[in-house]
Design a protein around this ligand. Sequence first.
Ligand SMILES: [Zn+2]
Length: 293
Amino acid sequence: MKKILGISLVTLLVALVVTCLLYFPFGLAKQVGHQPIKLSKQAENKVITKASQSASTTPEKQEEQAKWVKSDQPIKFPILMYHHIADVVDGNTLFVPASEFKMEMAALKKAGYYTLSPDEALRVLTTNEKPADKIVWVTFDDGYKNAQQAAAPILSELGMKGSFFIITGMVDNEDKMTQESLLEMKKNPLISLESHTVSHIDLQYATPDEASRQLTQSKTYLDQLLHQNTSVICYPSGRYNDQTGDIATKAGYQLGLTTQPGLASRADGLFALHRVRVSYGQTESSFMSLIGN
Ligand SMILES: [Zn+2]
């Protein structure tokens, strides 16, 4: 009798627990779901902004979603090259107006492009695996103030990454980023700051000693100021010679960018990566066709 009573009691308890477990989550969800939540237009907008921010703009989120997949074919991808992001002055092709830049970034995002950080680009090139079907690396040469002021907010708004190449001996010059702004940009996880030498020297004709000094000093400056391991050297005016890659490796760099037109490919060498120059005057379709769409 005692035994039967015991078993019944246990059965009853189990049933109770199971009922609780089943009912409560759904019951709660149901209640919340049915409650009409009235939001003012302003509050509604706030909620939408917040939701879209957490969904798309944090790089951590993008990395979480990124699933690296090895490719059968050698991976090639576009490294976009920009300089000034500002209204065009005297037809200078180094300028791209902010409105065009924004249109181009939005077009990339719409087409499903994943923007790479320098570390991610290195991983793509060395392991031949990629975090998304479509990948792109957005780069800016010379460290212009207007690129920081116009491009960085657009990248942040769209949750896209960008790398800026700094001429370390020209920091604080009138049209260049200041040391303070470099420190400010460093706080943005979407932004990377890499080297463009100390004085924008021509690395093709520099002596090995001078090239080494320029690569080492600019790296040390950025490493110390920003507490990072600067890993990319972007050759001024795209000029380099047979020794530049070795000198850069000895200085501690892992990738070197040129201005040779075309997609980046391991086959060209990690210190001779090609880029796609973006000039002003693009439409969405002409821009997308630049990178093979
Ligand atoms: Zn340059």
